[in-house]
Structures are given as structure tokens and as C-alpha cells.
Design a protein around this ligand. Structure first.
Ligand SMILES: Cc1ncc(COP(=O)(O)O)c(C=O)c1O
Length: 385
């Protein structure tokens, strides 16, 4: 789905030097590149504080801990997301409240969100899924009205701009009370291993986040609150520092690939290409289409995936099982929840390769093969009536 090797080779000399310098410094933990990267990322995002940590899942956990959420507090989140978003809610003995997404943006539906609020609700976790911003204006207004925290899960959308009605722009991840991200290697800003970060403009919250990520320590060997051990190591920070300089061009390359796909699939009744809301400039972490107007969509999709695999084209289903249908959450009695949009999407979405290194030849081959399947009843036999 990605080609991180070719991407690395284009910046190899810079990256190799940074890695060797980090090794030579022997400051493997919390070395200079960690602070430098945090400062550079803060400046890129125009956010006051960036707290690096070990991965995007920890980032969410630390954010929820720092906001002082207590067992039994309800946290509203879309059901249609990666498990990390929702898992940490349960891990902290909070109650996940799953809501519907919008069929066009794949992000949390503000109407469903407001309906799900109860006196126990304390926080909302919108997810900027696939690189498309959630409707933050509406979400922030609801949060303000009901006095709720907003934790943006920005793991898939770093670099995406959100434009408000008056034309002002903010980077996703910096609009809510706190934002989180992941530097998993395939992400738009990917490390060569695990990594994550937390963002906030709130000084007091930043101090708490830092403390929690470092064993709840206020000064060495003085531990004021229960925390965890979550660090971005120096080598990863050194690599990310170089890749950050290329982030905008990486996103642009993804957008170009998305434009190519959009054009190739335009007008095809069976492939609904990704929607781009006026307020969001899509960062295209994924290029996810909806297979429409097909009977037995599950097997139709599985056959398409297999057909593409037979032609050496990877494709992925993000995500085949929504949160409210995961066994992990049985204790919350969510399986009977009615979420027609989420269920409809889980059966029909398929993500095609999208990354910085796709060239026209590859894009042409992928789109040809997808259309060959879609337009050839013989190949789609299992999925047809
Ligand atoms: C939406 C979302 N949230 C959270 C995470 C967790 O990030 P990590 O894998 O770095 O823990 C991911 C990563 O895949 C993600 O896509």
C-alpha cells in the first residue's frame, strides 16, 4: 500500500547522516533531535505544545489521562475508526459511546453526536479518517454547549488544513483541547518504527501531558500522578525531523495520485470516489472508495481484492468490523446499536494503494485493473445476482 523504501532512497544521505549522528551522540533517549523535532512540529502546526510519545495509541491514552477523565465517564467516538481510538477508552475504564459517521466524509456525524450526549458524557474523540477532517466547527460548538473536552485523533490526517467559515485555517489536531497523532511508518509523516505525539495550546494541560508520559514525574524521582513510560526515541525523532521538511510535498503527491484515481473512476456507477468537503483539504492518508449498487457487496469486494492481488496490486479494507460490533466491547451492550451508515460502509469500502511514490504507469495499471473487474461481469460472477 506504501513504498517507504523508494521514499527513503530519495532522502537517504540526509537520513543516514541524522541516524549516524544520533548513534554517535549516544543520547538514545531524549536526545537533542527529540526537542528539535517537537519544536519544528509545533511550528509547522502552529500549536504551542508538542509532546512526543511512543505511538499514536499512547498519545490518545495520555490525552485522556491528562484530562482527568474518571472510570464510568462517557466518551463519544465514531464506531467507524481504527480500534486504537476506542480501545484506550475502555482500557482506562471509561465508557465508549459509539456513534454514526457521515456517509460522505466517513467522519463523525454531528447530529448523531449531539443525540448521544448524556449527563455522564465528558469528552468527544473525533477522528479525521483517511486524511479528511471531521466537521470541527460543529463539533466544537456542541462541545462548548455541553462543556465537553475534544480530543482529535489526527493519526491519519497530519498536515490537513481545516478552513472555518470566516476563511481562517487551522491544522487538524490543533482545533480541539488536545490532538494526537501517530508516526507509524505508513502514515503521512512516518518514522522508521513507532512514534506518536500530542498537541495542545493549553500550558497547564501540556505540563500534565508531559508528566504523564514520563511516569507522572514532576522532578527526577518525584512522581505526583500515575503515569506511563511513553517516549519517542532520538533516532526516530532525527528521521522525523528530516521527513517533516518534506511533509507538504508528500501530501501533495498523495493528492495528485487521488486526482488521477478520481478522474479515472469519474462517472462509474459502481465506484464512489472520496468526497472532499469544502472545509477540508484532504491529506489522503488513504484513498478509499465505496463499491455501490452491487448485490452481495462483501463477496463482490473480496473478489475485487483477490483480483487485484492476482495482479500484484494490494488493496485493504479499512475497516471491516466497526467498533460497536467488536467482541472487545460486548460488555458495553453496543452490538444491538443500530448504525446503518457504519454497517453499510464496513461492507463496501476498499482502499487502493496511495503514497508518495506512485507514478502514472502504476496508477494507470491499478485503475485499468479496477475498471476491468468492475466492468467485466465474468470476473464479478460471485458478486452478481
Ligand atoms: C485513527 C488512528 N488512531 C490511532 C492510531 C494508533 O497509532 P499507533 O499505531 O501509532 O499506536 C492509528 C494508527 O494506525 C490510527 O489510524
Amino acid at each position: 500500500m506504501v513504498d517507504t523504501r523508494t521514499q527513503y532512497h530519495k532522502i537517504k544521505s540526509e537520513v543516514d547522516k541524522a541516524v549516524l549522528d544520533a548513534i554517535e551522540s549516544a543520547a538514545f533517549i531524549n536526545g537533542k533531535p527529540v526537542q528539535e523535532f517537537a519544536a519544528n512540529l509545533s511550528s509547522y502546526l502552529s500549536v504551542k505544545h508538542t509532546i512526543p510519545c511512543a505511538n499514536g495509541t499512547d498519545a490518545l491514552q495520555i490525552a485522556m489521562m491528562a484530562l482527568g477523565l474518571q472510570p464510568g465517564d462517557e466518551v463519544i467516538t465514531p464506531s467507524f475508526t481504527y480500534i486504537a481510538t476506542t480501545e484506550v477508552i475502555a482500557l482506562l475504564k471509561l465508557t465508549p459511546v459509539f456513534v454514526e459517521v457521515d456517509a460522505k466524509t466517513f467522519c463523525i456525524d454531528p447530529v448523531a453526536l449531539e443525540k448521544a450526549i448524556t449527563p455522564k458524557t465528558k469528552a468527544i474523540v473525533p477522528v479525521h479518517l483517511y486524511g479528511h477532517a471531521a466537521p470541527m466547527k460543529e463539533i466544537m460548538a456542541i462541545a462548548k454547549k455541553h462543556n465537553l473536552f475534544v480530543i482529535e485523533d489526527n493519526a491519519q490526517a497530519i498536515g490537513c488544513d481545516y478552513t472555518f467559515g470566516d476563511g481562517t485555517k487551522k491544522k487538524t489536531g490543533t482545533i480541539g483541547h488536545v490532538g494526537t497523532t501517530s508516526f507509524y511508518p505508513s502514515k503521512n509523516l512516518g518514522a522508521f518504527g513507532d512514534g506518536g505525539a500530542i498537541f495542545t495550546n493549553d500550558d497547564e494541560l501540556a505540563a500534565k501531558l508531559k508528566m504523564i508520559a514520563n511516569h507522572g514525574q514532576s522532578k527526577q524521582y518525584f512522581h505526583d500522578v500515575v503515569g506511563c513510560n511513553s517516549r519517542l526515541d532520538t533516532i526516530q525523532a532525527a528521521i522525523l525531523n528530516i521527513k517533516l521538511k518534506h511533509l507538504d510535498e508528500y501530501i501533495e503527491a498523495r493528492r495528485k495520485a487521488a486526482d488521477y484515481y478520481d478522474k479515472a473512476f469519474a462517472g462509474n456507477q459502481k465506484i464512489k470516489t472520496p468526497y472532499r468537503a469544502i472545509y477540508s483539504n484532504h491529506a489522503f492518508h488513504q484513498y478509499t472508495v465505496i463499491l455501490e449498487g452491487v448485490d452481495r457487496p462483501d463477496s463482490y469486494r473480496e473478489n475485487l481484492k483477490q483480483f487485484l492481488a492476482d495482479n500484484n496490486i494490494p488493496a485493504m479494507i479499512y475497516y471491516p468490523v466497526a467498533g460497536h460490533r467488536q467482541k472487545m466491547f460486548e460488555q458495553f451492550n453496543v452490538a444491538s446499536q443500530v448504525m446503518p451508515v457504519t454497517d453499510w460502509l464496513t461492507e463496501r469500502v476498499i482502499s487502493l494503494p496511495i503514497h508518495t511514490e506512485l507514478d502514472e504507469e502504476q496508477l494507470s495499471f491499478i485503475t485499468q485493473k479496477v475498471l476491468e473487474y468492475i466492468n467485466n461481469p465474468r470476473l464479478t460472477a460471485v458478486g452478481q445476482e
